[in-house]
Design a protein around this ligand. Structure first.
Ligand code: UGA
Length: 415
C-alpha cells in the first residue's frame, strides 16, 4: 500500500521502517530538515536497535513537503503530544499536521484513511482531527476515513514490538475506515480489536496507567518490605506465580520514568479533572512515584552526610539500553544532591551526552572513577553494572544490581 507517516520521531520512524519492510511504499514527512536528510541518507536520527539496519535495506522517501504524500492510501499521524504545565497534553503538533493534511485533501483524488497514532486523550480524533479534516470541504466517511490506533512500542524494543504485537487496537470512525487499516495488518499474528475512536484513545491511556500502577504498587509494597527486612523481589516472584497477577512490571525500585509513562499518567489525570472526576488511585500512583527516588537519598544519609562529599551516580538514562533521559530519575536525584552540596560524578554507558545538556555542572567519568567516590548510587539497571567491583564501597541501589551486595555497606531501596 502507499503509506505516509507524519513525524520522524521514535514512533514515526519505527512505524515507517517496519511498514516499508513489509513491502509498503512509505514516505515520511517531518518539518525538521535535518531529520529528513538523515532518513534520505539511510541513517537513523534516533537510537533504536535494529532501525538503522532496516533503513539501510528499504526505500523510504523523506520530505518536508506535504504535497509529496497526496497519493497515499493511509496517512499516519505520529507527531508528539508534549505535556503542558498542568499535565494536560498540547495538541499543537496534531493540529498543524492535520491542517496540512486537510490542505492536500482539498486537491486529492480518491479515498484515503487518516490514522492518529500519536497518544491523544479520548475525544481528540472525533472533536479535533475530524473537524479540521472536514474544513477541506470533504466529508468523513465519504471522501476520507479516520482511525485511531495506539502504539505500544517500548523504547529500545520498538522494532520487535511493532513486528510482534500482543494486540492491535483499531479505533474506527466507520467500518470502511477500519477495513482499510486492518488490511495493512493482515499478515500479523495478533488479535485485532476494533472499537470506536475514543475507546481506542482510552485503551492507550488505560494501559499505560495500569503499568504505572503496577510499578507504584510494588514500590509501595517494597517500602513496607524494606522496613520489615523482606526482599520485595522474592515477594513479587511469589505474587507473580498467580497467573491473574503475572510477574512482569513488578520490579521495585526508584520508580517509572521516560518520555511516555509519566506524561500519559499526568494527561489522564488532567483529563479526568477537566470532566470533574478526581482520579484518586492515579493521583496517588504519581505522588508515590515522585517521592520514590528521594528515598534513595534518605537511605544514603543514614551512612554519610552528603555536604562536601563526592557522590558517584551509576546510570542516567530512564532505563537500560536507552540514551533517553526524559523525566529520568537521575534528574531528581542529582538535582537534590547538588542542592545539598554534594560533588556529583556520573557514568552511563549511553546517556552522558544527553544528560550533559541538562547538567553541564557535574563531572562525567568512567564507572571506575564513580566507584572511587565517597558513596555510590545506582539509578539504572545496565548489565555492565553487574561486572563492577563494589568491594569496600558504600552503595545505595535503586535497581537491584546483585553484584553491588558485595559493597562494604549496601542498601537496596526496597529490599
Ligand atoms: C512504555 C510502555 O512499556 C510501552 O508499552 C508503551 O508503548 C510506551 O511506554 C509508550 O507509551 O510509548 P517505555 O517508556 O519504553 O515503554 O519504557 P518501559 O520499558 O515501560 O519502562 C518505563 C519506566 O518504568 C522505566 O523507568 C523503568 O525503569 C520503569 N519500570 C518498569 C519499573 O520501575 N519497574 C518495572 O517493573 C518496569
Amino acid at each position: 500500500m502507499r503509506i505516509s507517516v507524519i513525524g520522524c520521531g521514535h514512533v514515526g520512524l519505527v512505524v515507517a521502517a517496519c511498514l516499508a519492510k513489509l513491502e509498503n511504499k512509505v514516505t515520511v514527512v517531518d518539518v525538521d530538515e535535518e531529520k529528513v536528510k538523515w532518513v534520505n541518507t539511510k541513517a537513523s536520527p534516533i537510537c533504536e536497535p535494529g532501525l538503522k539496519e532496516i533503513l539501510s535495506q528499504v526505500n523510504i522517501e523523506a520530505t518536508s513537503d506535504y504535497w509529496q504524500i497526496k497519493d497515499s492510501e493511509i496517512i499516519f499521524i505520529c507527531v508528539p503530544t508534549p505535556s503542558k504545565e498542568d499535565g494536560s497534553i498540547s495538541l499543537e503538533h496534531i493540529i498543524i499536521a492535520t491542517e496540512q493534511i486537510a490542505s492536500i485533501l482539498k486537491e486529492k483524488k480518491g479515498y484515503c484513511v487518516i490514522v492518529v497514532k500519536s497518544t491523544v486523550v479520548p475525544g481528540t480524533a472525533e472533536e479535533v482531527v475530524v473537524p479540521i479534516l472536514e474544513s477541506s470541504g470533504g466529508e468523513v466517511g465519504h471522501d476520507f476515513g479516520v482511525c485511531m490506533t495506539p502504539e505500544f512500542l517500548r523504547e529500545g524494543k520498538g522494532m520487535y514490538d511493532f513486528m510482534n504485537p500482543a494486540r492491535i487496537i483499531i479505533g474506527e470512525y466507520d467500518k470502511r475506515s477500519g477495513d482499510v487499516l486492518s488490511s495493512l495488518y493482515r499478515s500479523f499474528n495478533a488479535p485485532i480489536l476494533r472499537v470506536n475512536l475514543k475507546t481506542a484513545e482510552m485503551i492507550k491511556y488505560a494501559s499505560n496507567a495500569f503499568l504505572t500502577t503496577k510499578v507504584s504498587f510494588i514500590n509501595e509494597i517494597g517500602n513496607i518490605c524494606k522496613q520489615l527486612g523482606i526482599d520485595t523481589y522474592e515477594v513479587a516472584k511469589g505474587m507473580g506465580l498467580d497467573e491473574r497477577i503475572g510477574n512482569r512490571f513488578l520490579n521495585a525500585g526508584i520508580g517509572f520514568a521516560g518520555p511516555c509513562l509519566p506524561k500519559d499518567l499526568k494527561a489522564l489525570i488532567a483529563r479526568a479533572r477537566q470532566i470533574g472526576y478526581e482520579p484518586r488511585i492515579l493521583a496517588e500512583v504519581l505522588n508515590l512515584n515522585d517521592r520514590q527516588a528521594l528515598k534513595l537519598i534518605d537511605l544514603l544519609k543514614k551512612h554519610i552526610s552528603v555536604k562536601g562529599k563526592s557522590i558517584g551516580v551509576l546510570g542516567l538514562s530512564f532505563k537500560p539500553q536507552a540514551d533517553d533521559v526524559k523525566d529520568s530519575m537521575a534528574i531528581t536525584v542529582i538535582d537534590t544532591l547538588l542542592k545539598e552540596g554534594a560533588l556529583v560524578k556520573a557514568y552511563d554507558p549511553q546517556a552522558m551526552p544527553n544528560f550533559g545538556k541538562l547538567f553541564p555542572q557535574i563531572e562525567y567519568v568512567t564507572s571506575e572513577e564513580v566507584l572511587k567516590c565517597d558513596a555510590v548510587l545506582i539509578l539504572t539497571e545496565w548489565e555492565d553494572f553487574e561486572l563492577l567491583d563494589y568491594k569496600g564501597k558504600i552503595v545505595v541501589d535503586g535497581r537491584k544490581i546483585s553484584k553491588a551486595k558485595e559493597a562494604r555497606i549496601y542498601e537496596g531501596i526496597c529490599w
